[in-house]
Design a binder for this molecule. Sequence first.
Ligand SMILES: NC(=O)c1ccc[n+]([C@@H]2O[C@H](COP(=O)([O-])OP(=O)(O)OC[C@H]3O[C@@H](n4cnc5c(N)ncnc54)[C@H](O)[C@@H]3O)[C@@H](O)[C@H]2O)c1
Ligand SMILES: [Zn+2]
Length: 709
Amino acid sequence: MTETPPFTTPADATAYAKAVRLAVDSAAAYYADGTSTLDDDAYDRLVRGIAAYEEEHPDEVLPDSPTGKVAGGAVVGDVPHTVPMLSLDNVFGPEQLADWAASLERRLGRPVTAWSVEPKLDGLAISARYRRGRLAQLVTRGDGIAGEDVSHAIGTVVGLPDRLAEPVTVELRGEVMMTTTQFEEACAKRRAHDGTTFANPRSAAAGTLRAQDRPYVCELTFFGYGALPRPDDDSAQAARLRELPHSQVMEWVAAQGVQTTAATPVAGIVAGTLERVQERVGEIAAVRAELPFGIDGIVIKCDLAADQAQAGFSSRAPRWAVAYKLPATEKITKLLAVEWNTGRTGVIAPRAVLQPVELDGSLVTYATLHNASDIARRGLMIGDSVTVYKAGDVIPRVEAPVVHLRTGDERPIDIPQVCPSCGDAIDASQERWRCVRGRACRAIASIVYAAGRDQLDIEGLAENRIRQLLDAGLIADFADLFFLTREQLLGLERMGATSTDNLLAALDRAKGRPLSRVFCALGVRGTGRSMSRRIARHFATMDAIRAADPDAIQQVDGIGPEKAPVVVDELAELAPLIDKLIRAGVNMTEPGATPPTGEAGKTAAGEQPGDAQAADPGTTAALPLASMSVVVTGTMTGPLAALSRNEVNELIERAGGKASSSVSARTSLLVAGGKAGSKHTKAQQLGVPITTPEEFAALVAPLLESPLG
Ligand SMILES: NC(=O)c1ccc[n+]([C@@H]2O[C@H](COP(=O)([O-])OP(=O)(O)OC[C@H]3O[C@@H](n4cnc5c(N)ncnc54)[C@H](O)[C@@H]3O)[C@@H](O)[C@H]2O)c1
Ligand SMILES: [Zn+2]
């Protein structure tokens, strides 16, 4: 398997010239404001094709070819750099990394003593010139030899102080970027100003840094990755900075009050071996999706100044450093269609159908479009080229149309006038559209969900039977199931005495399920299985849940200020259904849980957040998985073999732990059964303890014996 993404070599001189033109134009647009018609992957493949052609036809190389040039030769500047600001060469996998290291060591004639491994921040390079400790000038990279003065941005860049701790004259180099929060704020400001947004954080940062006369100010972030004394500075301080290993230069930078990645989950490290380098690459890749800022790879450098000095530079990049590229999280593809679906709760949501595209290692065909006003705001059309983003476990989303790729054949997106499921009217009073029938619109879906194995687990109640009951007018929601009589059931077609008695018995068992299952069966928007368990454990009774206001609901782990009012509203809407369930004698308590203290009718638990959080003191701390975050993957064996994944998660939570679906640096334990895949690899990379299903069953043995409800 080759590690380099595929590329096409131009067939002849004409195709080569065309490719060079496209590359130069794209790079010019990319560095100006990020409006390139190519995504990074397509650009990189284009340039590799150009390079391959030039290797075969060295006498045909065009003067404006992007190969061997910083920024593809597409950018200029008028402020000369004291030391060139270069690009980085790329590797795409462990073999290429090993090849690169081997050729570097051949050049040095000795092994590299130590490697420094840092995240490759996805912003733009900047040179920050300090004079006697005061920030005097900001210069972009430009063509590497000279950049553009952007000193007007001084004061808007978090992490780049006006004054250093010491009155030194030094040039700091690093990346200017936008964190996720800064990007969202910037988009909101721009939307309020002219109705448009930025395509992505990188181009937002590029545009913001160069913009001089915007009526609104957007905040940026700086992370340092280098410090250079002036070439003519012969002070002891300057000599020291030139001789220190890169890792210690970075400590000095941080001590000056400048932000580095040291305080982030992807802090730079020093690695003694290439194996450790590769391991760190895996660790950084594993947490990428959870970082509050974008990275597009890992930078590997010789740590020692002597190694760097001896390795030197090519015209485009240092020979002592390389960028290990991670798979792209953003690509341009075609919007083929928009589907509108009415969900279980009556919400009508648009979904983008895309020309399939590989993002962060998986093939993406659908992406979320949020709602109708979002589509209008972005001005999307069918047939548009759109940028799509996906990283880790996030749901892929359409970011923006690439407007200048339009051909004129694009068509407006049809916005439904009636509910796509039942044809009734749409309630468009909120951003999130709903069928006026609400949950009743898709009653069948709600009932199938409620009867499912992870909710009420009503054995033998298949979808066609539910449809039959709905059509016969015997039920309208799932609470009605509990009022069905033997006679009513016997009166149905294909329903014999045995099936009837089995179903009635199954319904009787379902009435005794724990509150977590009953709550989950309600299908409250924004609460799935694990959230339902947390809510049930926190409040212990349905009465307590219903009495909670948004503040009180927010005491539950994972419910924020946005979700809390939705849960409260949903419960109000579901009140008749819940009342009916209570009348039917369905259990409304969570075994083993105690209601929050101070809970007496309508008490606002928000006034005593401390009390509310300490829901069941003492008891949880003694449980085998107290305060542990546990992830389960692969096929369960031994005592766990008979349990569904949801039941294993319930077991984890009964044992005091938190069941999670993805491995991160915060995971305490991975239970890995047969055929465990990427989660197992990720846990190994992160050093998360791994256990077998059998060992895990032994650990939670006392709780395994208790009934599953
Ligand atoms: N879409 C397009 O049309 C288009 C056009 C041109 C370039 N590009 C993209 O830009 C890339 C090449 O651009 P480039 O030369 O600006 O960057 P690069 O990928 O060659 O990397 C060099 C840059 O990495 C940055 N960097 C981040 N973290 C660093 C660290 N810890 N240490 C040192 N440097 C660090 C610095 O800004 C440095 O200038 C291409 O891979 C391509 O994907 C895209
Ligand atoms: Zn409807």
